[in-house]
Design a protein around this ligand. Structure first.
Ligand code: HEC
Ligand code: HEC
Ligand code: HEC
Ligand code: HEC
Length: 259
């Protein structure tokens, strides 16, 4: 009888474990992206997703995006709040985005809709009942906060490159940029080159774009998973930064860079 109980307890555990997707983390609720915690007193809204997505009346069909987009002229060539001077290319010669439409249709501009500090955190196309408006928060914007990573006019200087191709033997094209790195792949750690697309992906980073060789790209979401604070539950500062791969021993960086 006792044995049966233990067996069924084990079976139940197995079922629960099998039901969890690989790499499941603590999720969005109560994370830094649960913006209910920043709402000013008196607000009655109790939705979590609404600050970014809405089922109807979205500002942009891409990701049914509910948050007002910034209008900055996003450019790595322009000085950011923490990086100057800006640059037009990476050290390897890849062209960095530099125009009003610099981020193409990837999710990076969605991140910047709050992280450039130019738009109110609660500025939404649909605050509920299909009406546009602002849910007041403190702070009102990320302007001047540590989490503001571009200037309000779009200066991206000082940030790891995004909205560019991920290096590929085939010659990568992403977001209209064709000047990506084309050599130095698949070596062991310390060889100095790049992880192949498949091994970078199996290490846990997300490469955006198509499924064919040479069409993959870097976005903010290559390193971050905005719904899951501490996906990498073993990262040094547990529960921070929404990282896809642990920051311990710089495992995140080594997922792509063979240093
Ligand atoms: C702080 C902004 C933010 C909040 C809040 C947010 N999301 Fe997202 N969501 C994003 C971004 C940015 C992407 C694009 C991610 C990517 O491309 O990796 C995304 C992508 C998605 C996707 C499509 C891709 C995927 O990862 O499956 C779904 C579905 C989704 N979100 C559902 C939700 C739901 C449900 C909630 C509320 C429980 C929510 N999101 C809250 C920003 C947010
Ligand atoms: C709707 C506004 C909004 C959007 C969109 C948004 N963020 Fe945030 N994010 C915030 C706020 C507000 C904070 C800081 C919350 C606080 O101060 O506690 C934050 C914090 C963070 C942090 C720090 C987390 C920590 O634990 O310290 C990271 C990393 C981050 N965001 C990345 C992203 C990325 C990447 C995207 C796009 C995929 C994104 N955010 C989109 C509002 C947003
Ligand atoms: C190459 C990986 C990588 C990419 C790409 C990346 N981040 Fe990060 N990000 C990190 C790491 C690692 C940390 C934690 C260490 C730190 O605080 O700098 C971090 C921290 C942050 C923080 C909180 C600390 C701070 O410095 O404000 C924010 C906000 C953030 N990222 C937003 C973004 C946004 C928005 C993008 C896209 C423009 C982005 N990140 C692209 C790796 C990345
Ligand atoms: C998802 C893959 C990926 C991850 C993870 C990643 N990088 Fe990168 N990194 C890239 C790509 C792609 C480039 C640009 C390559 C090029 O020049 O075409 C790059 C460029 C760089 C550069 C050169 C910048 C320049 O403008 O010349 C440095 C330095 C760097 N990364 C450091 C880091 C560090 C440190 C981390 C960890 C915090 C990290 N990377 C994580 C993909 C990644």
């Amino acid at each position: 009888m006792k044995r049966l109980t233990i067996l069924s307890a084990l079976a139940a555990l197995f079922i629960v474990a099998a039901g969890l997707p690989a790499g499941a983390g603590p999720g969005l609720v109560n994370s830094s992206h649960d913006l209910r915690t920043l709402q000013n007193l008196g607000q009655t809204n109790n939705q979590v997703c609404i600050y970014c997505h809405t089922p109807h009346r979205a500002a942009d069909q891409n990701l049914i995006w509910n948050h007002s987009l910034g209008s900055g002229n996003y450019s790595f060539g322009a000085t950011g709040p923490f990086g100057s001077p800006g640059r037009a290319t990476t050290a390897a010669g890849t062209t960095l985005p530099a125009s009003t439409t610099a981020f193409g249709s990837g999710p990076t501009k969605m991140c910047m809709s709050c992280h450039d500090g130019s738009v109110a955190l609660g500025a939404l196309n649909n605050i509920g009942d299909g009406t546009p408006g602002i849910i007041p928060t403190t702070p009102a914007t990320l302007s001047g906060e540590t989490h503001q990573i571009a200037s309000a006019s779009g200066g991206m200087g000082g940030n790891h490159p995004v909205a560019i191709p991920y290096p590929d033997r085939a010659g990568a094209v992403y977001n209209g940029i064709t000047t990506g790195v084309t050599s130095g792949f698949g070596g062991a750690a310390g060889s100095g080159g790049w992880a192949d697309v498949t091994s970078a992906q199996s290490a846990g980073v997300k490469l955006h774009g198509g499924s064919a060789a040479g069409t993959f790209g870097m976005e903010c979401t290559s390193c971050h998973e905005p719904h899951n604070d501490g996906v990498a539950t073993t990262e040094g500062e547990a529960g921070k930064y929404f990282l896809r791969v642990s920051g311990d021993n710089s495992a995140l960086c080594l997922a792509c860079h063979r240093k």
